[in-house]
Design a protein around this ligand. Structure first.
Ligand SMILES: *[C@@H]1O[C@H](CO)[C@@H](O)[C@H](O)[C@H]1NC(C)=O
Ligand SMILES: *[C@@H]1O[C@H](CO)[C@@H](O)[C@H](O)[C@H]1NC(C)=O
Ligand SMILES: *[C@@H]1O[C@H](CO)[C@@H](O)[C@H](O)[C@H]1NC(C)=O
Length: 220
């Protein structure tokens, strides 16, 4: 019979073998690139504040839209252009507000997950998923079978559950027009610079989709 010490040593060796296997990158799956155009409905939990977001990703036209419905609250539009300009606005029946921001970076590229660290498989939201992490910033879960994203988690704790994922869906051009009151004032766009900084973290609160203000600055 093996002594407790021997068992412990064996467990130790198994553990390191496991670590070695799980960190060797040879046959690790890589995340599917995002389709060039898609529409996705996301349910997002931000520390208990719930929101439903319509995400319209449109790489060929260099634009990305988060249309955010806060639970029993306002509907907010976060329209992002690849030239770095973002418009954050509300429409009727809500007060007319608009914030124009300028970022050093464009929208996410379809291959923005390249270079993510593979962490193995896990059941999330009842789907068996491959899991990756990128720059301690996002944890990304993709269905093993269909390769569709299931969920992602930002370092801030914000969790997005992917409810629909319509590859090839495009929102008509007419909907990508920020309202006139976004253009009424002559004040320059506030510039948002690269790299995480306290102002960027503040900004994350403003950019509720969570993409440009935080993710983009890391991925560019
Ligand atoms: C949202 O996340 C919080 C933790 O931040 C959790 O306590 C709560 O149950 C979640 N709500 C839903 C509806 O998932
Ligand atoms: C970026 O493109 C949008 C949409 O065409 C435009 O409204 C905005 O003024 C542009 N921003 C800059 C800095 O050129
Ligand atoms: C909308 O504007 C009115 C009038 O300025 C103000 O009283 C009200 O608080 C505003 N509502 C919101 C949600 O900001």
């Amino acid at each position: 019979m093996a002594s407790a010490t021997e068992e412990r040593i064996c467990l130790f060796l198994c553990f390191f073998l496991f670590l070695h296997l799980s960190t060797s990158t040879k046959n690790n799956p890589i995340p599917s690139p995002w389709p060039e155009q898609f529409h996705s409905v996301l349910f997002i939990n931000r520390s208990g504040n719930l929101q439903k977001t319509d995400l319209w990703y449109d790489w060929p036209k260099g634009r990305n839209f988060n249309i955010i419905q806060y639970q029993l609250g306002v509907l907010k539009y976060d329209l992002e252009w690849n030239n770095g300009t973002s418009f954050l606005y509300t429409l009727d029946p809500f007060n007319h507000t608009c914030k124009r921001l300028h970022f050093d970076v464009g929208i996410l590229r379809p291959n923005w997950l390249d270079g993510a660290n593979y962490l193995g498989q896990q059941y999330v939201d009842n789907f068996l998923c491959n899991v990756w992490e990128k720059v301690d910033f996002i944890w990304y879960y993709e269905d093993v079978v269909t390769k569709r994203p299931v969920k992602w988690i930002f370092y801030s704790g914000m969790i997005a559950h992917v409810m629909t994922f319509e590859v090839g869906a495009v929102l008509d051009d007419e909907h990508w027009q920020a309202p006139v009151y976004c253009f009424s004032e002559a004040e320059p766009e506030p510039k948002i610079h690269n790299r995480r900084s306290s102002s960027l973290l503040d900004l994350e609160a403003a950019v509720d989709g969570g993409f440009r203000g935080t993710l983009m600055s890391e991925m560019s």
